[in-house]
Write a protein that binds this ligand. Sequence first.
Ligand SMILES: [Ca+2]
Ligand SMILES: [Ca+2]
Length: 198
Amino acid sequence: MKSKALLNLFRRFRRNRDGSPMIEFALAAPALFLIVAGTMELGLAMVTNVLMESSLREAARWGITGQELEGESRLEHILAMIDRHTLGLVDMGEAKLQILTYPGFDQVGRGEEFVDGNGNGTYDAGETFTDSNGNGGWDADMGVAGAGASGEVVVYRILYKWPFLTPLVGKLVGDQDGKLGLRASVAVRNEPWNGDKT
Ligand SMILES: [Ca+2]
Ligand SMILES: [Ca+2]
């Protein structure tokens, strides 16, 4: 008898389509808020990424002219340009800006030449190498920090870890640290402002 009463109760519960809209909304609201906030934040992060790319292009366009400004280094001016063009969406104190110079486009991101004495495919201490960037050691990337001299190839890279305002969204779509890595890069050749041949 007891199980029959329970079965009846269950059937009544199943048939019951009444519900308090307020309670249903209260149950669905957190998920809804998360979807709306997450979509808005991801949109803002995408806009920021586009601004980072365009700001790098602007900075590089200025950088290739080799202009010198009074009381401000070229690098300082480039940083200020990126800061201005990203409309305050990028915390320049947290962003990592890398400006590396190479003799030509072929050398971009390449390691310095070496003689693989022990034949293991990688450079090991003691093996003979060509110190292309002249810093006294072997480098896996021969780029030299700086906006480069006349006619040199310069690569501008920026990495910014987008800190989510809604940490739960960051946990769902961000990296391990709960942030979203936004990246942009551009490679240009400096103009021959010294009259050098490139
Ligand atoms: Ca080796
Ligand atoms: Ca070196």
